[in-house]
Design a protein around this ligand. Structure first.
Ligand SMILES: C=CC1=C(C)c2cc3[nH]c(cc4nc(cc5[nH]c(cc1n2)c(C)c5CCC(=O)O)C(CCC(=O)O)=C4C)c(C)c3C=C
Ligand SMILES: [Fe+2]
Ligand SMILES: [Fe+2]
Length: 366
């Protein structure tokens, strides 16, 4: 093993607190070769596809990577913006907002870096950025409210794999999940209420979360339980009776059974049964992405309307909304408790003012 050939931490400058935000990732462009490269990295992750290696690699390279990139690239093109992939652009806005908010909350210097688990900016690049900022303590924050081995644990793998190449390691902490945080449930409830205030309430509210293969759940992945709890707490907070809200799972891939009920089948069935209006929220995604903007807002809308439904609306993810950023800030502050760079409550006025100036200099209008 050779260590990465970059300078280690510096003794002569103040330590910084590093926050590493990680979301799933996205292709660099919606072109077929870029989508293929992204899918190859994503679907080669053993945390994502747990099948025996050899048959899976043959299937992946022999069939899937020859066919799926074309279809996925078309879907990506339908949601791509002049700024690029929605998931990456929203993640960048979240990072800027958190940099400003945390600079205000913390007594010492803090640096927020953004990584995508697959694609760019990569986890090694973001860790290098934190090292260059002299971040000797690092909090890793996978932006998935519900824990799953296929997402959260995979972020841990990517971080620790890179750190195996470092000589001088940072002190590390890791946020595992926040599926039942009151601030998260409140932020979701507030965004639904704001949608109702503008558009009225539909007959049914569908909470659609990304699925995982059923056997991951049977082997002990807590994801399904986390999804159920988020949904139940949210319905309680909204005081919705059981016949008004439902939980379903979207985005399945391949022929095996995934968590049920499936979102697409549910919407089709409702359309056929005479349900006229539906509102859909995807509380498992911290930022809008292909799975919400294309699959939920376009594909599933068509399914519902073609099956007989009349009104379908999609309630966006929390993205960089104020309540969401306040919740993430609060979670970060709590997980950094005891680290010396974190603000003590007894900051002087001059210190608070210096912090506010630092936050403004970081450029976010939060
Ligand atoms: C094959 C297995 C997959 C598992 C298991 C899986 C779990 C999982 N994924 C997310 C979040 C996202 N997934 C996204 C896209 C996406 N997911 C899969 C496959 C699995 N996901 C594929 C092949 C794709 C790519 C798109 C496609 O070709 O259909 C995204 C969106 C990315 C974007 O660029 O916008 C997110 C976000 C979670 C939370 C999860 C398990 C809990
Ligand atoms: Fe996925
Ligand atoms: Fe999808």
């Amino acid at each position: 093993m050779t260590f990465v050939n970059t300078l280690d931490y510096r003794h002569d400058t103040p330590e910084t607190l590093g926050i590493l935000l990680v979301n799933l990732g996205t292709p660099d462009t919606p072109s077929v070769p870029d989508v293929r490269r992204y899918l190859a990295e994503f679907l080669s992750d053993r945390r994502v596809v747990e099948m025996a290696r050899l048959p899976w690699m043959l299937l992946l390279h022999g069939i899937i990577l020859r066919t799926r990139p074309k279809r996925s690239a078309e879907a990506y093109r339908s949601i791509w913006t002049p700024e690029g992939s929605p998931l990456l652009e929203i993640s960048k806005r979240q990072k800027t907002a958190l940099q400003a908010l945390l600079s205000e909350r913390f007594g010492g210097p803090v640096r927020v870096a953004l990584a995508m688990r697959y694609g760019n900016p990569s986890v090694p690049a973001a860790l290098a950025e934190l090292k260059a900022a002299n971040a000797r303590r690092v909090l890793v924050f996978p932006l998935y409210p519900q824990y799953s081995a296929s997402t959260t644990a995979s972020v841990f793998d990517a971080v620790t794999r890179e750190l195996q190449r470092w000589r001088w390691l940072p002190e590390l902490r890791f946020i595992n999940h926040y599926h039942d945080e009151p601030g998260y449930i409140d932020a979701l409830a507030a965004s639904i209420r704001a949608h109702w205030a503008e558009h009225g309430q539909a007959e049914r509210l569908l909470l659609s979360l990304h699925g995982i293969p059923k056997d991951y759940f049977e082997k002990g992945d807590p994801y399904h339980c986390h999804c159920q709890k988020t949904a139940r707490l949210l319905a309680d907070r909204l005081e919705l009776p059981p016949e008004r809200w439902f939980l379903s799972f979207q985005s399945r891939l391949g022929k095996s059974e995934w968590l049920k009920p499936y979102t697409d089948a549910t919407l089709e069935e409702w359309g056929r049964q005479g349900v006229k209006s539906v509102q859909v929220l995807s509380p498992g995604f911290s930022a809008d992405c292909l799975e919400t903007l294309e699959e939920i807002s376009i594909e599933n809308r068509d399914l519902f309307l073609e099956a007989g439904g009349e009104s379908y609306s999609y309630i966006p993810c929390l993205n960089d909304n104020r309540d969401h950023m306040a919740l993430l800030t609060d979670l970060i502050v709590r997980h950094c408790a005891g680290w010396p760079e974190v603000a003590g409550p007894a900051a002087t006025d001059a210190e608070l003012q210096a912090r506010a100036e630092r936050a403004r200099a970081m450029g976010a209008a939060v």
